[in-house]
Design a protein around this ligand. Structure first.
Ligand SMILES: C[S@@+](CC[C@H](N)C(=O)[O-])C[C@H]1O[C@@H](n2cnc3c(N)ncnc32)[C@H](O)[C@@H]1O
Length: 414
């Protein structure tokens, strides 16, 4: 979409085309285009409206029913923070007393809108002219145009003395190709600007890739890793007075999904406020003790692993590692925890395809899930090579125990 196409979408004719596109999106694209053409919508406007309707459908998972009133670009939607995470971050900023915020590189405004909903006055800066106009449109659609304003420009030139706090979520994809950027020096705005912000502004919050190297975390800042339903979604750096602990793992479990319109095939979303949130904190510098494989294996949530809080979790579970370099924990008791999945270990074998195949045959195991840490084996290849047959199922854990390649045969705990 370009600015001209967006302007056409925002006319009464465009708005009617969008309504018509919403009704037919999600099915056969050719049939949808023909339906709009048959309703008298010009071809160009029909194509723009259908793309927008398709993006809105896709956005429901991140934004819930509000997606139906928002404007998206493909790249903007991919980079947007999901509502549950943005809401929690905004809430924490408000609770810290932040009343004015600059969102430096605000994209379509997912974070800025969440902050505005908390009553924070947000000044968004966005370099891409189309994205800036869409962010403004999203503010208006949400009834938040007075609290969230957008200027199109370079965030590095924004006068941060105008605000109490800054938030920056640098672009980690190349404009044009959309390819992921792994080197923080190639982020936009660049990493040295981001770290400079932390030095200049006491209240600075930065969203970063969850794979961030711990060595890049500014000293004194809190680094928080967030997972949603087991998927690691991002890391956030909280600087100055906002830092409460060196490392935090936030594990969000969203409530049961709801069908957006109640009709068959409609996208699903998790209602706001239905989530449960669990937080593990610590220094990130502790080392867990090492011992033998024990009866129960815990596979920690990726947020716990990335936050280097496995040792803190081991203390909570009275557990130990079986290899100092591998983040599986073992304990004598099965303890219910939101921070890890627990399996009961039934067999421990030095890795041998022949022995494993024989054991699974004997147990009539026909279905396996394969977990791995510290193993170079390819799960799908192993599954084929096992030539499984039978009506039983098992979990196989490919790992190392005291350095030796090992397979653990496991079953779920009650
Ligand atoms: C990751 S996205 C932000 C997404 C946003 N937090 C959200 O959840 O919707 C980063 C945005 O920063 C913008 N950007 C990159 N460099 C910039 C700069 N120097 N000044 C202003 N905006 C910039 C990009 O165009 C992109 O829209």
């Amino acid at each position: 979409m370009d600015l001209e196409q967006l302007a056409a979408l925002r006319t009464p004719e465009g708005s009617a085309a969008l309504d018509a596109a919403d009704r037919v999106a999600g099915g056969d694209p050719l049939a949808a285009a023909m339906a709009l053409r048959a309703a008298g919508v010009p071809a160009g406007l029909a194509a723009t409206a259908l793309t927008q309707a398709e993006l809105r459908r896709r956005a429901v998972g991140k934004f819930g029913p509000t997606a139906a009133t928002m404007f998206f670009t493909r790249a903007g939607l991919e980079q947007a923070t999901r509502a549950v995470v943005a809401r929690r971050r905004a809430h924490r900023l408000r609770a810290a007393g932040v009343a004015t915020l600059a969102d430096l590189g605000c994209g379509l405004g997912a974070d800025a809108l969440a902050a505005a909903r908390e009553g924070i006055r947000v000044y968004g800066v966005e370099a891409d002219p189309l994205t800036a106009v869409l962010a403004e449109a999203n503010a208006r659609a949400a009834g938040l145009a007075e609290l969230f304003t957008v200027e199109c420009g370079d965030a590095t030139a924004f006068d941060v003395t105008r605000v109490a706090a800054v938030f920056c979520d640098p672009a980690r994809r190349r404009a044009g190709t959309g390819r992921r950027i792994f080197d923080p020096n190639s982020y936009s705005p660049p990493w040295d600007f981001v770290t400079g912000l932390v030095e200049r502004m006491p209240y600075t919050v930065v969203k970063v890739a969850p794979g961030i190297d711990h060595a890049l975390i500014p000293s004194g800042a809190e680094a928080e890793w967030v997972s949603v339903d087991g998927d690691l979604v991002e890391a956030t750096l909280w600087a100055g007075p906002l830092a409460e602990t060196p490392r935090r793992a936030t594990v969000v479990k969203e409530g049961p999904p709801v069908n957006a319109s109640g009709s068959k095939g409609a996208p699903c979303y998790h209602p706001a406020g239905g989530e449960s949130v669990h937080q593990l904190t610590g220094s990130g510098a502790l080392e867990a003790s090492v011992g033998p494989v024990r009866r129960f294996l815990y596979d920690p949530d990726p947020a716990v692993v990335r936050a280097h809080l496995v040792a803190e979790l081991a203390i909570e579970l009275d557990a130990s590692l079986a290899d100092p370099t591998i983040a599986y924990l073992y304990a004598d008791q099965a303890t219910s925890t939101p921070y890890a999945r627990c399996l009961e270990v039934t067999d421990v074998l030095p890795f041998s395809l022949k022995r494993l195949r024989a054991l699974l045959r004997e147990r009539r195991v026909g279905r396996v899930e394969i977990l791995k840490r510290g193993s170079a084996l390819e799960p799908e290849r192993l599954r084929r090579d096992l030539r499984l047959a039978g009506d039983q199922s098992a979990s196989l854990v490919l790992t190392r125990v005291a350095g030796a390649p090992t397979v653990l045969v496991c079953r779920p705990t009650a």
